[in-house]
Ligand binder design. Structure first.
Ligand code: PLP
Length: 484
C-alpha cells in the first residue's frame, strides 16, 4: 500500500473510531427465548420472516447465485436480505445456507450424469449437518464416509447403504464391522486395511464389496494439504502393488468381492484434464483386473472439483465438464461411475455471517475485528485459503475504502478470515460475510477459546428461514464434566 494512501486510511480510521460508537444498523437484542426453545420444540423463523412478503415479491429477477448484491445494495440469500436474518436470529456468528442452491447443485450433477449408471456419493466430511444430509438423501445422493460416526450419521439420515462408500487410510476394525453388517462399499487402502476388512467380514458374517483405492500418482495442482493422489500421499495402494492386492482378494473368496477401483486426486481441482488423465490410468487398471477374471463394474473417480472462491468471474469447470471428460471411457468399459463430490455440492450454498466488533489500525495495517474467527472457519488459517468477504449492507456514504485484514477475537495471530481485503470502513455491528463457507468450515469448527460452535440456518424454497442446527452453549460444554 502506498504511504500516502496509508495516511489517508489512518485518518479515516481514526475518524471511524471516534465516531458514534453505536452503529446505524440496529442490533436486535439477544433472543433469550431461543435457548428455551431448544428443548421444547424446533425453532423456526418461518413465521417471522414470511411476515414480510413484499421482499420476496420485489426481487423476482432470476437468481444467478444464491448470495448476491441486489440493486438496493444489500446482500441477499435467494430473495431474503441477510441483514434481516441477522436482526432476527441470535446475535452471534452463524452459518446461513440456501436450500434451493443445494438442490440446484445436485441437479447439475444429476443432469451431467444422464445416460450413465452412477452414484453421487456426497462426501459427508465436507459438511455433516443432519438436515442437509436428509435433504441430499431425498435428492437421491449416496454418501461417502471416512469414520464410523459418519457411517452412523448417514444411516440415521436414511441413506441407502448400497449407495455408501467407506473410505480412509486408518479405518478401525469396529467401524469396518458396522460397514460389513450394513453392506456399504469399502475402499481398500493398504495391506493392513485389507486384513481388517477380512476380519470384519468374518465377524459380521457378510461378504464385503470392496474397491481398490489405487494411487494413480497424478498431480492435481492444488495446495499440498489437499493433494491426495500423488506418490507421496498417505492414501491408497501403490499401483506397483496391484497384483499383491488382487492375489489377496482371490485368497479370500468368502470375505471379499472385488467390485471396482477407486482413486481420489485431491480437492479444489480446477482443471478437468486432471480427472481425465487419472480416469485413463484407472480404466487401464480395470482392464488388467478384469483380465484376471474379476467382475469389476465400478469406477470411482473420487471428488475434488473446485469452485470459484475468488468471485472474479473466472470460468471454472462445472459438473458437466467433469463428467463429459470421462463419459466415453466409462461407457467404453460398461462401468458404473461413482463420484464423491463434497465441496462442489455444498461450498457455494453458504456464508458465515459475522458482526463487526470494531475497526483498528496498528499504524501499518488496518484490521476489521469480527465476532467470527478461525474457531468457526479455519480454512484461511489452515491452508491460507481465500474466501471472498463482503459487507451485507450498503456502506455509509462517507465510509472510506481501505485495505483490511479481517480477523477474529481468538488469541492467535493465525486467526484471520481474510488478508488485505479492500472494503469500506464498516460501522460497529455491521454484518460481514465470509462466502462459500458450506464445505470444510462448520465441519472443521472447534470450540477453541471456548467460542462455542455457531448455529446454522437455511433459506427455504418459499423464502422462509429455518434453524437447521442449534448453536452450542457454555452449558453444552459443562455437560462433558457432569458426574465426574
Ligand atoms: C476420498 C475422498 N472422496 C471425496 C472427497 C471430497 O472432495 P471434495 O470435497 O473436494 O469434492 C474427499 C476429500 O478430500 C476425499 O478424501
Amino acid at each position: 500500500m502506498a504511504a500516502t494512501q496509508l495516511c489517508s486510511n489512518s485518518a479515516s480510521l481514526s475518524k471511524a473510531l471516534t465516531q458514534n460508537p453505536f452503529p446505524k444498523i440496529p442490533i436486535s437484542p439477544l433472543k433469550t427465548t431461543l435457548n428455551f426453545q431448544r428443548t421444547l420444540k424446533p425453532f423456526t423463523l418461518k413465521a417471522v420472516l414470511s411476515q414480510n412478503p413484499a421482499k420476496s415479491q420485489t426481487h423476482t429477477a432470476p437468481v444467478e447465485h444464491c448470495f448476491s448484491k441486489k440493486a438496493d445494495g444489500f446482500l441477499y440469500c435467494e430473495d431474503v436480505r441477510v441483514q434481516d436474518v441477522m436482526e432476527t436470529v441470535e446475535k452471534r456468528p452463524f452459518y446461513l445456507y440456501s436450500k434451493p442452491q443445494i438442490t440446484r447443485n445436485v441437479e447439475a450433477y444429476k443432469q451431467a450424469l444422464e445416460g450413465l449408471n452412477s452414484i453421487i456419493g456426497y462426501a459427508i466430511k465436507a459438511n455433516n449437518n443432519y438436515k442437509i444430509l436428509e435433504h441430499l438423501r431425498k435428492l437421491g445422493c449416496g454418501a461417502v464416509l471416512v469414520s464410523g460416526n459418519e457411517l452412523r450419521l448417514a444411516l440415521r439420515a436414511g441413506f441407502d447403504p448400497t449407495k455408501c462408500i467407506f473410505n480412509g487410510n486408518g479405518k478401525l476394525l469396529e467401524d469396518l464391522v458396522l460397514a460389513a453388517q450394513e453392506g456399504v462399499f469399502v475402499n481398500v487402502d493398504s495391506e493392513f486395511d485389507l486384513e481388517n476388512i477380512v476380519v470384519a467380514s468374518r465377524i459380521a458374517g457378510k461378504k464385503v464389496n470392496v474397491l481398490l483405492r489405487i494411487n494413480p500418482d497424478v498431480d492435481p495442482q492444488v495446495h499440498p494439504y489437499v493433494a491426495t493422489g500423488n506418490k507421496n500421499s498417505k492414501f491408497g495402494i501403490r499401483n506397483e502393488k496391484l497384483q499383491w492386492f488382487l492375489d489377496a482378494v482371490k485368497a479370500h473368496p468368502n470375505e471379499l468381492k472385488l467390485v471396482g477401483a477407486h482413486c481420489h486426486l485431491g480437492s479444489t481441482i480446477t482443471k478437468v484434464d486432471i480427472f481425465r488423465d487419472a480416469a485413463v490410468l484407472m480404466v487401464n487398471y480395470i482392464d488388467k483386473i478384469r483380465a484376471q477374471g474379476f467382475e469389476v463394474d465400478y469406477l470411482n473417480i473420487g471428488g475434488g472439483l473446485g469452485i470459484d472462491y475468488y468471485h472474479t468471474g473466472a470460468v471454472l469447470p462445472k459438473p458437466r465438464n467433469l463428467i463429459d471428460t470421462v463419459r466415453e471411457l466409462v461407457l467404453s468399459r460398461n462401468l458404473n461411475l461413482i463420484i464423491e463430490p463434497g465441496r462442489s455440492l455444498i461450498a457455494n450454498t453458504c456464508c458465515l455471517v459475522n458482526h463487526v466488533t470494531g475497526v483498528k489500525t496498528n499504524g501499518t495495517k488496518n484490521f476489521i475485528v469480527i465476532d467470527g474467527s478461525m474457531a468457526e472457519l479455519i480454512r484461511p488459517s489452515l491452508y491460507d485459503a481465500y474466501q471472498h468477504i463482503e459487507l451485507v449492507s450498503p456502506a455509509p456514504q462517507d465510509a472510506e475504502i481501505s485495505k483490511f485484514d479481517v480477523v477474529g477475537p481468538v488469541c492467535e495471530s493465525a486467526d484471520f478470515l481474510g488478508k488485505e481485503r479492500e472494503l469500506p470502513t464498516p460501522d460497529r455491528g455491521a454484518g460481514l460475510v465470509v462466502h462459500d463457507a458450506g464445505a470444510y468450515c462448520m465441519s472443521m469448527a472447534s470450540t477453541y477459546n471456548l467460542k462455542m460452535r455457531p448455529p446454522e440456518y437455511w433459506v427455504e424454497e418459499d423464502g422462509s428461514v429455518s434453524k437447521i442446527r442449534h448453536g452450542e452453549t457454555f452449558e453444552d460444554h459443562m455437560r462433558f464434566f457432569e458426574g465426574l
